[in-house]
Write a protein that binds this ligand. Structure first.
Ligand code: 13P
Length: 353
């Protein structure tokens, strides 16, 4: 039997494998409800099963996707044909993962927009069960926001970094690779330099907390937002600058022991998410850590619109197109516009998951 650290290292390396990334489909029930409402589909368990079942039977998707992040309902759900969703996912050669945080709550003592992330209570018992159910990695989304009046505060940074590190350690004890997600929202009119400054501070605090909690870094993945300007900034940085600044931030703050940096899309359009990632992988970057994707909205928008509640073939085709595009972006081989994408704005103020 392989030991716990070796298993974690292997799982993390499989998830960060060259040319692959993660499909985030761990939207909470209210959030997937908003997506389904956008195509006039009711938010019932049956419809969620049909939609996600369509994703997990897209033949060949395992060529581009190494892992899928599930919401708890899906981890325990069957496909319409009776087979478990976990089995469908495994058959595609994809590793199932699970969102384990319990969402965000207002941070007492912080600024009014600030939050802390719930879910540590009982987490060890839950992660042990999730492992038995077939999950091999987990996600915890902590959120920070930049405001003109001083956010994120030191309190918010410290609380969220500590929560991520506690979660990471607990997951590792159950054999789950923790995805450490300190998202910095795009809300605001700040410059890209401001984002970089804040993100550096946050990442340093996250890895300090990981060290204090004896987290085994080789068995973790980071899921950061890209270093971008605030959405309301009138002089928004373009792809070259975003790529350069993001790579600089990651090089400065992420320990080389971490095998993969899997970016979230955070409200970028499908095409921007691909182009930014591709540009990062086209410029010289020192670290051997892979720079790839773990997109939710930017992998699902055109798929949802093509599926429209019933067209499985069209939905899977659209999904494959974005998966292939981002796989190419993760090696710097994507030609902008070479795959169809939705032009929709995917940004939502104060995004909840
Ligand atoms: P987006 O790519 O839609 O930002 O979602 C990724 C995710 O998992 C956020 O936690």
């Amino acid at each position: 039997m392989i030991n716990n650290q070796e298993e974690l290292r292997q799982t993390a390396n499989l998830l960060a494998a060259r040319g692959k990334g993660l499909l985030a489909v761990d939207e909470s029930t209210p959030t997937i409800g908003k997506r389904l409402a956008g195509i006039n589909v009711e938010n019932t368990e049956e419809n969620r099963q049909a939609y996600r079942g369509m994703l997990f039977t897209a033949e060949g998707i395992g060529e581009y996707i190494s892992g899928v992040i599930l919401f708890e309902e899906t981890l325990y759900q069957n496909h319409l044909d009776g087979e478990t969703m976990v089995s469908k996912i495994n058959k595609l050669g994809i590793i199932p993962g699970i969102k384990v945080d319990k969402g965000l709550s207002p941070l007492a003592g912080g600024h009014e927009v600030e939050t802390w992330c719930r879910g540590l209570e009982g987490l060890a018992e839950r992660t042990a069960e999730y492992y038995k159910q077939g999950a091999r990695f987990a996600k915890w989304r902590a959120v920070l926001q930049i405001t003109a009046d001083g956010c994120p505060t030191d309190l918010a940074i410290r609380e969220n970094a500590w929560g991520l590190a506690r979660y990471a350690k607990i997951c590792q004890e159950s054999g789950l690779v923790p995805i450490i997600e300190p998202e910095i929202l795009m809300d605001g009119d700040h410059t890209i330099e401001k984002t970089a400054e804040v993100q550096e501070k946050v990442l340093v605090e996250v890895y300090k907390a990981c060290s204090e909690n004896n987290v085994f870094l080789e068995g973790t993945l980071l899921k950061p937002s890209m270093t971008v300007s605030g959405t309301d900034n009138s002089n928004k940085a373009g792809s070259e600058e975003v790529a350069k600044m993001t790579v600089r931030t990651m090089n400065r703050c992420v320990p080389a022991a971490v095998p993969g940096i899997m970016f979230l899309s955070g409200g970028l359009t499908e095409e921007d998410a691909s182009v930014y990632l591709n540009t990062m992988n086209s410029i010289e970057h020192k670290s051997a850590t892979s720079l790839t994707f773990s997109y939710g909205r930017a992998l699902q928008q055109s798929c949802l619109q093509a599926w429209k509640g019933s067209d499985i073939e069209a939905g899977q085709k659209a999904l494959m197109a974005r998966c292939q595009a981002n796989s190419e972006s993760s090696t710097g081989d994507y030609v902008a516009g070479s795959q169809p994408s939705s032009q929709d704005t995917l940004f939502e103020a104060g995004y909840k998951y």
